[in-house]
Design a binder for this molecule. Structure first.
Ligand code: BG6
Ligand code: MG
Length: 218
């Protein structure tokens, strides 16, 4: 049996947390007199906490001292964590567990490649920690997506060549990072937004076991 590396993004791919990031950023932005649209929010997906705030401030033409900047990042994270306090397995997106279990059954290495510093905590909350062979998250990287660092690190940790890795991503920055890492990018979400991905599916209910089997065989 061939071994491929399956790398999953977290927010918006495994769990339905992208909406909470949006709500928390919007609340924070509004509190300093900046507003942004859901279309603009696409640019925040997959991007680190620091870069997200930089983008929001740029949209509002605002500059802050380093201290204020750090305080706002903290405030956003507190709000975000509040939204997810009671999060449980019901926030796992449809058919994610089915795909993970299939891959585990086929002895395929599985890694997480996320920009979030809350990734381990979230996986623990939804009881999925044990399904991953390795986790690379926002605490382990210095360069945010679309830089490929997070995925290259994940591939290295599971011992699979980047060209033999498959990345599932809901953000354009993440799809670009996977492509830059020379990996097969699979977009999960809107195909007009994720058109740079090799394949795009609305969600995992559209990803068949046959499709996964073919990825392994290739
Ligand atoms: C990404 C999300 O997964 O993680 C972004 O798509 C988020 O919206 C980023 O900003 C960083 O997350 P956190 O949890 O460290 O603030
Ligand atoms: Mg994501």
């Amino acid at each position: 049996m061939k071994r491929k590396g399956f790398i999953f993004d977290l927010d918006g791919v495994i769990v339905d947390t992208a909406k909470y990031h949006f709500l928390a950023w919007k609340k924070l932005a509004n509190s300093i007199g900046i507003d942004f649209s859901e279309t603009q929010n696409e640019q925040l997906k997959g991007v680190s906490r620091k870069q997200s705030l930089e983008k929001i401030l740029a949209w509002g033409n605002k500059t802050l001292s380093e201290k204020e900047f750090t305080q706002l990042m903290e405030r956003k994270n507190i709000d975000y964590l509040n939204y997810i306090t009671n999060m449980g397995e019901n926030e796992i997106l449809p058919d994610v567990v089915k795909i993970l279990n299939y891959l585990i059954g086929q002895q395929q290495p599985i890694a997480l490649g996320s920009a979030s510093k809350n990734a381990r905590e979230i996986l623990a909350k939804v009881n999925l920690l044990k399904k991953f062979d390795d986790i690379v998250d926002g605490n382990d990287v210095t360069k945010a997506k679309p830089d490929p660092e997070v995925f290259l690190k994940a591939a290295d940790q599971i011992g699979i060549n980047p060209v033999d890795c498959i990345v599932f991503e809901d953000s354009l920055a993440g799809v670009q990072a996977a492509n830059l890492a020379n990996m097969i990018s699979i977009g999960i979400g809107d195909e007009t937004i994720l058109s740079e991905a090799r394949w795009v599916f609305k969600d995992f209910t559209e990803v068949s076991i046959d499709f996964i089997e073919n990825l392994i065989k290739k």
